[in-house]
Design a protein around this ligand. Structure first.
Ligand SMILES: Cc1cc2nc3c(=O)[nH]c(=O)nc-3n(C[C@H](O)[C@H](O)[C@H](O)COP(=O)(O)OP(=O)(O)OC[C@H]3O[C@@H](n4cnc5c(N)ncnc54)[C@H](O)[C@@H]3O)c2cc1C
Length: 345
């Protein structure tokens, strides 16, 4: 009989992130599919009561909690100890967890301690012939596999954005507290603060509805024989500020800085989309001044509706990679789009 444990950690304010609700939805899918299975939740954080309450309308049989100041921060030693103790207390055979950076670095190690197995980048769960199974992409999102395992406990790290978040309502949950002895050695590392770009400088927004990709064309000579990189930077930033889209780049545009050419100053290698870049999940994508070659377009695997603006009617996007291709000058198109957005306010 499978005991499915949803293992989540709270955010700094004690709430649950969307990715935690996505993991809960995936676990519930398995729970419904596997006859006789039970669904339990484990929460780690400084205080977990309000997080447990926020999902207590879900059909969860039991809640386990590991609380205290030691568990408010992300730290391998204490997070691993907490996860291990909750898995043991729950007798978990399947552990479903969001692949946050905090869990992704800890849970494979916990699986090792418990003699189990861990699968990362899980994008779907189901029951293949009555057995629990997971979906996972390989070879830079070109091939999708369905896997089953007999080893238990089986840890499934669900890729954020790959599931619909569970919308179960709030109530009052009874949380059974689990205790663990932490040695001083476990507490040597302390988080003293978080350094991150200011909100308006943060161009990578995983939850944005739109992915806006800027390609190398923005930095190339235009019809007047000159480059207009400063204009390009202004147009792109104005669009990002107004639309709150997430910014992606082609490999060519992010590599330009290394080649000493005039570049878009806010574009870094972290923005790169594609085979050697990221494969983000957004409902819509707009590519501009980017050719749409296969090593780039492969990063658009999970972008549902794709549009592109390119001067070249024979660019890669025209070859079945975009739903709509506007054969036009992206400088003109995006200036007009910015003006329309400004008029909306
Ligand atoms: C092993 C390997 C891995 C790779 N991995 C990646 C990867 O992860 N991501 C990635 O992006 N690439 C990757 N590449 C590189 C990829 O093949 C392309 O070279 C790259 O994507 C091209 O970038 P680009 O389209 O921005 O630039 P370009 O090929 O220079 O295209 C610029 C485009 O801008 C258009 N343009 C110019 N001015 C305008 C204008 N005013 N209005 C509209 N359009 C305009 C042009 O028509 C042209 O189509 C990889 C390549 C290899 C070999």
């Amino acid at each position: 009989m499978e005991t499915i444990l949803v293992l989540v950690h709270t955010e700094a304010d004690g709430s649950l992130a969307k990715s935690a609700r996505e993991a809960l939805r995936a676990a519930r899918t398995l729970n419904k599919a596997i006859a006789g299975s039970s669904l339990v939740v484990g929460l780690v954080g400084e205080n977990v009561q309000s997080a447990a309450n926020s999902i207590s309308a879900s059909p969860v049989m039991k809640y386990f909690g590991m609380t205290g100041a030691d568990f408010g921060q992300s730290r391998y030693s204490t997070d691993a100890a907490a996860a291990e103790a909750i898995c043991k207390a729950a007798n978990a055979t399947i552990v479903v967890a969001p692949a946050t950076s905090r869990w992704a670095r800890v849970l494979p190690g916990v699986a090792q301690r418990l003699g189990g197995r861990a699968d990362t980048h899980v994008t779907g769960v189901s029951d293949a012939d009555g057995k629990p199974s997971i979906n996972r992409w390989y070879y830079r999102q070109r091939m999708e596999a369905v896997l089953t395992r007999t080893q238990r406990p089986w840890f499934m790290l669900i890729d954020p954005g790959s599931q619909t978040a569970c919308d179960c309502g709030a109530g009052t949950a009874t949380v059974e507290m689990v205790a663990v002895n932490l040695s001083d050695a476990c507490k040597r590392t302390t988080v003293v603060g978080i350094r991150e770009p200011k909100a308006d400088q943060q161009t990578i927004r995983p939850d944005a509805k739109l992915l806006f990709v800027a390609g190398a064309g923005w930095t190339k000579k235009q019809s007047d024989g000159k480059t207009h990189t400063d204009d390009a930077a202004k147009i792109i930033l104005e669009f990002l500020n107004k639309s709150k889209a997430s910014l992606g780049g082609s490999k060519s545009v992010v590599d330009l800085s290394g080649e000493g050419q005039a570049v878009l100053p806010f574009m870094t290698h972290l923005n790169q989309i594609g085979q050697t870049g990221a494969t983000p999940r957004h409902p819509k994508g707009l590519s501009t001044c980017c050719h749409g070659e296969e090593p780039h377009a492969v990063g658009w695997r999970f972008v549902s509706e794709r549009r592109a603006v390119n001067l070249d009617p024979n660019c890669g996007w025209a070859r079945g990679k975009a739903d709509v291709l506007y054969v036009a000058d992206a400088f003109e198109v995006m200036r007009k789009v910015n003006a329309l957005l400004a008029g909306k306010k």
